[in-house]
Design a protein around this ligand. Structure first.
Ligand code: 5RP
Length: 242
């Protein structure tokens, strides 16, 4: 008799908890570390598991950097000490960062920013010695940029000029709208989000740089540097490591 398949939500929890426990067992997460904590429904169970391993005494003196208000609040509620990247205790560098992703390509290029937290997520990810992604099986795709729209954080005053320049790069733009709030999404940094989509797959490495050269773009959700370890939970309750 075949076992029931895990739902997407169950896979998120499995990937997150497995990643934290595996990395502790492998001594890649240990006491005294500076850890960046991501945003979203897969990152949250990782934060929860980290808190449990602090509480059970496995981990001591962990210093966390949160990538959003969501994560800051979770850390406060779970009593994980949280610092700014600029705090003396962090000095702009992390030992490890763990986060979710919207899409993961075979080359381990990512789309992130579904939760509009891409700016701090990238600052944290690109300043960590080891980057870790936790994901359910729906996130692994053959190529990125044509299915899940790429989030781009922009300065509000540059909305029209940025859209014009992004369209020259062959992508269609949509201004992200708020839910239970009239008007656009305002990021944790007071900016807007454009969700952009190509018809044919772009080169994420080149496009990450090209988008950031547009005046008024703050950051985009292609993550092609600092290649992560990826934990992907499967419907059959196994976890693949990429
Ligand atoms: C937030 C992100 C998230 O990590 C990404 O959207 C994945 O979210 P979830 O784990 O909820 O599917 O980049 O800005």
């Amino acid at each position: 008799m075949s076992e029931k398949e895990l739902s997407q939500g169950e896979q998120k929890i499995l990937a997150a908890r497995t990643a934290i426990d595996t990395l502790i067992n492998e001594k890649k997460i240990f006491s005294g570390m500076k850890i960046g904590l991501g945003t979203g429904s897969t990152a949250m169970p990782a934060v929860q598991r980290l808190a449990e391993r602090i509480k059970d005494g496995t981990l001591k003196d962990i210093k966390a950097v949160a990538t959003s208000f969501q994560t800051t609040i979770a850390c406060e509620d779970l009593q994980i000490p949280v610092f700014s990247m600029n705090a003396k205790q962090i000095c702009g560098g992390l030992d490890l960062a763990i986060d979710g992703a919207d899409e993961v390509s075979p080359e381990k290029n990512l789309i992130k920013g579904g939760g509009a937290a891409l700016l701090l997520e990238k600052i944290v990810a690109y300043n960590a010695k080891q980057f870790v992604i936790v994901a359910d099986s729906s996130k692994t795709v053959p190529s990125i940029g044509t299915k899940f729209p790429l989030p781009v954080e922009i300065i509000p005053e540059a909305r029209v000029s940025v859209i014009r320049e992004i369209e020259k790069l062959g992508a269609a733009c949509t201004l992200r709208q708020g839910v239970k709030k009239a008007g656009p999404v305002i990021t944790d940094n007071g900016n807007l989000i454009l969700d952009i989509l190509w018809q044919t797959p772009p080169d994420p490495v080149e496009m990450e740089k090209a988008l950031n050269r547009i005046t008024g773009v703050v950051e985009n959700g292609f993550f092609t540097q600092n290649k992560p370890i990826v934990f992907v939970a499967q419907p059959d309750a196994t976890v693949k490591r990429l």
